[in-house]
Design a binder for this molecule. Structure first.
Ligand code: GCB
Length: 849
């Protein structure tokens, strides 16, 4: 009740202008007090507020798939408007197909989940009393929708704001593809002078002619008026005035750039000449900047060279799906800017207005694209939807000075290899034809930006065969050499080769990256191990290779944030974890590498913030410490590191980093890194295993069998150490012909510690822990139902568990046993094999007495 009243009070925002009379201008969100149901006839509607998605939780549960179908929304709404006003509903985004009903009648439909749409609902509304707004949203699988397939989740729902807009019947164009109806550009711009072009339509929907004045004011970032003009016009009844003028010339404009995102504002007001009232207004951003790409030298902004460096961004977040608040969108863009980025690829679809607003304000150049991903459907409907989304994206975001690239396809031949040969030929031809059509659309809509598409290494043959890469201005390369393919050092040579083949084509590395899970750490990082350390190695190497090649215009890491991709099985089921930050926006240490590389102010960071709990063996019986590497990221030339107040020496940084082999003591290690006046500190808790396990200082050990990585249990900070072969006096497995192979990842039921369980040691003869006599608690970890393995596990000769258990699924199993060791021979875990192979995922031993 209370909310409703507030809304109604807010409906009238009174504007005053230059002493002119005031009039109501109304644009108010109507996000609150909706009801939701998957079934229209339901008697059980859930009360919700927008933004909303019905998939926020079912994309992270253990059941494969997520609900793709219809969702109904309804809301009661009181609207007061007079007979010479028009009322609109504006949806900033609903995925994917939407139909809106007012008081039981359909007012319109919209296809496409990532762009805004507006309906004039005046004729359907009851001007006094309640109205029922009902919205049917559908995210069912439909191959005519964009995208046909992609590595992200197609959350359903009204996941962006909805606005109620009330306007006079004479107003700026409300029928132009969900846009503001006003288009600002700078046809000529230099440091000396910028010309501003203002184009749009004013529609007189009344049945009387009207004399109006269009007042245009341009203000600089400080609110100072730098241009003003009044243009009058008689608009006939039910007629449209197409206005188009370029007489605004701003001398010595403050240029817009990532370092100085000087924003101007263009304010347009329509004044009724009879009543002197402002009857409509629109304020648009304006930035003076120009740019060009050079195939040899890279990108230039305002005639200065600028290497475009940044990230990609998906829009979802843990627990929210894609239904984020404006502040969350803003926080993301700030995180990207704070890292030092000057460029962002808004992939793979147009995003919330707040995203673009923040890119303008904070200074991030933008590549934005429509979601034509992996493949096209060769139907006319699909092509129409692609064209519609492209036009909507361009018109809706046209005024943002941050945008420099409109893109329309991503890895477009990704699925063609799976198709039959005849189909393949047709698909390649139709895809290329569609690319040409989309290219033409961009050039007609907005020739001031460049066009692009993102290609991928694996489909290079198809790009050559069709020449599709030549259709657009700029090629994006999504390159994962060193992740999906071997050897990251081959990345640079691939670029050299390509540049030689196509010396006149500018390109950007639109994607590069590696997956990482902040729970996984490695002293020997390798491809596909998902350790934070491998991600760092990969990104650092790519960064150096990119910077060393001036012909590479820029690069965007895949991805800013870990994101949901239901059906993907990396280390966290349903999550693509190539982010520099986690799904809940915690920076991984690789984020700080970029911060060191890109910050213009002194920066220093001990890159172990994901690895504050560590474990390892003492160097020897005499030396009660264990040496492990610690990386410092900094843009300062020399860094000094201290552990518990003792200096470990000064080291020069190379490639924005220095590495120390830190002698860790048992317990707390207070690390402090210093350079100039900058300082960073971190406390690392080290669990030092005695050199001999029989030492009285032994307390516990946890081993992640089947893995070469440390696994940090999130809830407790417990460190599971990587497996090792047995050496006398310590611990390890005894196994003939041991060759390590990386585990196969799968979703392990009933645990969130999937990597701990899906990695398992197979066919070990035994596992020995040379502990002293005493009482121990032993936990054995298994993943159930692997192959047709049948065996029993014994501790010091006593059977404790028969595998498999009665589960019918690949689930986590933990068996706890209390064992007394009396023989002086330690603890031995062994297996009695009945069928297949014995396997074991982990062992944890804790000394009790
Ligand atoms: C790509 C795709 C992107 C994926 C990414 C990955 O090339 O464009 O959508 O998420 O690779 O992580 O595999």
């Amino acid at each position: 009740m209370r909310l409703k009243k507030t809304v109604q009070r807010c409906l009238f925002i009174l504007l005053t202008f230059n002493g002119l009379a005031t009039i109501a201008q109304k644009k108010v969100s109507i996000n609150e007090n909706w009801e939701f149901s998957k079934v229209e006839q339901s008697t059980n509607w859930e009360k919700i507020n927008l933004p909303h998605t019905w998939n926020a939780t079912d994309v992270i549960d253990e059941i494969p798939g997520y609900y793709r179908g219809i969702g109904w929304y309804k809301k009661q709404l009181k609207v007061s408007f007079s007979k010479n006003e028009r009322v609109y509903l504006k949806f900033e985004g609903a995925n994917n197909n939407t139909e809106v009903f007012v008081n039981g009648k359909s007012v319109g439909t919209h296809v496409g989940g990532y762009t805004a749409f507006i309906f004039d609902v005046t004729a359907y509304l009851n001007p006094v009393g309640e109205n029922e707004i009902k919205v049917k949203v559908d995210n069912a699988v439909n191959l005519n929708d964009l995208p046909v397939s992609a590595d992200f989740t197609f959350y359903g729902g009204i996941y962006r704001d909805v606005f109620l807009i009330v306007k006079d019947e004479l107003h700026f164009d409300m029928k132009n593809s969900g846009s503001s109806g006003v288009f600002i550009s700078t046809p000529s711009v230099s440091a000396k002078k910028g010309t501003v072009k203002v184009v749009g339509k004013i529609e007189n929907e009344s049945n009387k002619p009207k004399k109006i004045a269009l007042l245009t004011t341009i203000k600089d970032a400080f609110g100072k008026v730098v241009y003003e003009s009044t243009k009058t016009k008689n608009i006939a009844k039910n007629a449209i005035w197409d206005f188009n003028f370029s007489d605004a010339e701003i001398l010595n404009p403050n240029l817009w750039s990532p370092e100085q995102p000087n924003l101007y504002a263009v304010e347009l007001k329509i004044i009724d000449q009879r009543t002197k009232k402002i009857i409509d207004s629109s304020t648009q951003p304006l930035g003076f900047r120009w740019f060009r790409f050079d195939a040899d030298k890279g990108f230039f902004l305002n005639d200065k060279h600028l290497k475009l460096i940044g990230t990609n961004r998906h829009q979802d977040r843990e627990g929210y799906g894609n239904a984020l608040t404006g502040d969350m969108h803003e926080q993301d863009i700030r995180l990207i800017k704070d890292m030092g980025a000057n460029f962002i690829r808004i992939a793979h679809y147009p995003q919330d207005p707040r995203v673009l607003e923040m890119c303008d304000k904070l200074g991030l150049l933008v590549w934005e694209e429509i979601p034509v991903v992996n493949e096209i459907n060769t139907t006319k409907e699909f092509a129409d939807h692609a064209k519609l989304s492209l036009v909507e994206m361009i018109r809706q975001h046209y005024n943002h000075p941050s945008i420099i690239i409109w893109a329309y396809m991503n890895e477009i031949f990704a699925t063609n290899k799976m198709r039959k040969l005849v189909e393949r030929k047709e698909l390649l031809a139709k895809t290329t034809a569609l690319a040409k059509e989309l290219e033409k659309i961009v050039k007609t809509e907005d020739s001031s930006r460049k066009t692009a598409m993102a290609l991928e290494y694996t489909y290079a043959d198809e790009y050559l065969e069709t020449g599709i890469g030549n259709v657009c201005d700029i090629v994006g390369w999504n390159l994962y050499i060193g992740w999906y393919q071997e050897d990251m050092t081959k990345f640079g040579p691939f670029l050299d080769d390509w540049h030689k083949k196509y010396p006149t084509k500018s390109f950007i590395i639109s994607e590069y990256g590696a997956g990482s899970d902040t729970r996984i750490h490695s002293l020997t990082p390798t491809r596909y191990d998902y350790s934070v350390e491998y991600q760092e190695d990969n990104l650092e190497s790519y960064y150096q290779q990119i910077m060393a090649r001036p012909f590479v215009s820029g690069a965007t890491v895949w991805n800013s944030f870990d994101f949901n991709s239901e059906g993907r099985m990396d280390v966290v089921p349903n999550i693509n974890n190539k982010g520099l930050l986690t799904v809940d926006r915690k920076p991984k240490d690789s984020y700080y590498f970029f911060k060191a590389a890109l910050s213009s102010t002194p920066f220093i960071k001990i890159a172990s913030s994901d690895w504050m709990n560590r474990a390892g063996r003492a160097e020897s019986e005499q030396f009660a410490f264990c040496k492990q590497p610690v990386v410092i990221y900094s843009n300062l030339p020399n860094v000094e590191l201290f552990n518990n107040g003792v200096s470990l020496g000064v080291k020069p940084t190379q490639g924005f980093k220095a590495i120390w082999d830190v002698p860790f003591n048992n317990g707390l290690n207070q690390l402090v890194a210093k350079a100039n006046n900058k300082l960073d500190q971190i406390a690392i808790n080290f669990h030092l295993q005695p050199y001999l396990l029989s030492d009285p200082s032994f307390t516990s050990i946890a081993v992640n069998f089947g893995s070469k990585e440390y696994f940090l249990e999130q809830s407790t900070g417990l460190v599971w150490e990587p497996e090792r072969e047995y050496t006398e006096g310590y611990w390890g497995f005894v196994k003939n012909n041991y060759v390590y192979t990386q585990p196969t990842r799968f979703d392990v039921k009933r645990t969130t510690n999937d990597p701990l369980f899906y990695a398992y040691l197979k066919d070990a003869n035994s596992i020995k822990f040379d502990v002293a006599d005493g009482n121990y608690e032993v936990e054995l970890l298994f993943v159930d139902q692997i192959g047709n393995n049948r065996f029993s596990t014994l501790i010091n000769g006593n059977a404790v568990f028969a595998y498999p258990s009665q589960n019918q699924e690949k689930a986590a199993i933990t068996v706890k046993a209390f064992v007394e060791v009396t023989t002086g021979k330690g603890l031995i875990v062994s297996f009695d094999k009945m069928q297949g192979s014995p396997i074991i995922s982990g062992i944890k031993i804790r000394k009790r007495f």
